[in-house]
Design a protein around this ligand. Structure first.
Ligand code: HAX
Length: 440
């Protein structure tokens, strides 16, 4: 069955579960909220629902119930590769089912039809200063696509229907995930390769085509596939996923929603951390290792200097995770099994930081999680393959994250989730409830 038909069946089968929960068990308590959670970024408050991925603090992410190794193992692989295609992963994220090769081929064929980007998007990006951050270019590019929104047109058609609205979100979501790697490649070529653009190759899967379009090597095709899958989804509370969900909850279409999500991803405490890690490592080498080899002692000194100057150690810590991020480990394993990369000087420094930073953060005693997250490892791979413009790394993250955000809002609409509107209180109210030992 084609993806949209399978999805239709899944959503219709699922709806009664959500309806029953609200109708029969709506007042069942699942959490309580404390003052530090109110002031401290709503940490740990269980108030979002998604079935697409779940983040266990100890185990890390599961996509549709599968760990990262299980996901890579289960999905159909790209021709001649050990890695699955992004297309197969998209099918899996949306439906929870491992697709057959024929189903993957259908998604690939559909994406090829959808990937044509209107010329005004190129004009909008070209109108920006060339030295602007590439995340601005990506966000503007996605927002410019809004003119094409099928969901927006459906809403304004006078025939809007809550039961079928998801189908229009699905159309936009599919267009967006098919087009975002094309836009990212355009930005890369515009910014760093003197506007030397390469046309898409319709024989290639998404990851391979992205590698082709940015003039990368054969080996980079697997890097792109792995990278986009690993960065796709991390349940719903992170800034990019939550922003996308929040904006779409006002029935803003997927382009408005994901452009906003990308703006959140561009924050240094979130997706920009991958660029910060490279920046930190390069500055470390320039300052501490100008005339000597990096050592653990030098790294320790540099980490303390960073902490003492009031900055965070990029790539370390996490709001939910309490162990090394399996996305970090997956990329580390890629490095270790790739000849050349495992002996790469930068990889060795990043590995040394991995040995030293958790101890330093533990000794400092502030971070609840001293272990590395996804961003601590991703830049070194890109760097090795010659993608050295590290301000572009968050754009790569944004291409991958589109998969999770788009799958999630398709289901949000399918299940008719409400406009998001938490309640705020004043500081005086908090002080009163604090004095009274709780809100009566
Ligand atoms: N370096 C220094 N201090 C850190 C730290 C780090 N890597 N991680 C946490 N802390 C500090 C916090 O700044 C906070 O300090 P204050 O009490 O002075 O405010 C304290 O430890 C407690 O923070 P926490 O509860 O452990 O962590 P949060 O949930 O508040 O924040 C962050 C989680 C990821 C934002 C945080 O660990 C951080 O800033 N890490 C570095 C940036 C980074 O790598 N971000 C990417 C995270 C993964 C991701 O989203 N990728 O996109």
């Amino acid at each position: 069955m084609a993806l949209k038909e399978t999805l239709k069946q899944k959503i219709e089968e699922f709806r009664p579960r959500t309806t029953k929960l609200v109708k029969e068990f709506g007042k069942v308590k699942i959490d309580e909220v404390t003052i530090d959670q109110c002031i401290g970024g709503a940490r740990d408050i269980r108030s979002l629902v998604t079935d697409i991925s779940y983040l266990d603090p100890q185990e890390g992410i599961r996509f549709r119930g599968k760990t990262i190794p299980e996901t890579f193992e289960a999905l159909p692989k790209a021709a001649g590769s050990d890695y699955p295609t992004v297309e197969s992963f998209w099918y899996f994220l949306l439906t929870g089912e491992v697709p057959t090769q024929a189903q993957v081929d259908e998604v690939s064929a559909e994406w090829k039809k959808r990937q044509v980007v209107p010329s005004y998007v190129w004009d909008a990006i070209r109108a920006l200063p060339r030295d602007i951050h590439p995340m601005v270019m990506l966000s503007v590019g996605i927002l410019a696509l809004q003119k094409d929104s099928k969901f927006y047109a459906f809403y304004g058609s006078g025939k809007f229907n809550k039961m079928t609205a998801w189908e229009y979100v699905y159309e936009d979501a599919s267009d967006l995930v098919a087009r975002i790697p094309i836009i990212a490649a355009f930005i890369y070529n515009l910014k760093y390769r003197g506007d030397y653009q390469i046309a898409p190759d319709s024989t290639l899967d998404m990851g391979a085509n992205f590698a082709h379009m940015i003039g990368q090597s054969e080996q980079y095709k697997d890097v792109a596939r792995m990278y986009f899958i690993l960065h796709s989804d991390h349940e719903s509370g992170n800034v990019s996923a939550h922003t996308t969900h929040l904006v779409h909850s006002a029935l803003s279409d997927p382009y408005y929603a994901y452009s906003a999500g990308l703006n959140g991803l561009a924050g240094p405490l979130h997706g920009l951390a991958n660029q910060e890690v490279l920046d930190w490592t390069m500055k470390f080498q320039a300052k501490y290792c100008a005339d000597k080899e990096p050592t653990k002692e030098l790294i320790k000194e540099a980490l303390w200097d960073t902490l003492n100057s009031g900055q965070v150690i990029p790539g370390y810590g996490h709001a939910v995770l309490r162990k090394t991020d399996p996305r970090y480990m997956s990329q580390r394993e890629f490095c270790l099994k790739t000849p050349g990369l495992k002996d790469d000087a930068l990889f060795k420094v990043v590995s040394m930081i991995f040995e030293v930073a958790p101890g330093v953060l533990t000794e400092q005693g502030k971070a609840k999680n001293p272990w590395p997250n996804v961003d601590a490892q991703s830049g070194v791979i890109q760097w090795y393959y010659g993608l050295r413009e590290w301000d572009f790394y968050t754009v790569l993250f944004g291409v991958g994250r589109a998969l999770g955000c788009m799958a999630n809002i398709t289901w949000d609409r399918g299940l008719g989730y409400a406009i998001e509107r938490p309640k705020s209180v004043t500081t005086a109210m908090l002080e009163k409830w604090a004095a009274e030992g709780g809100r009566k």
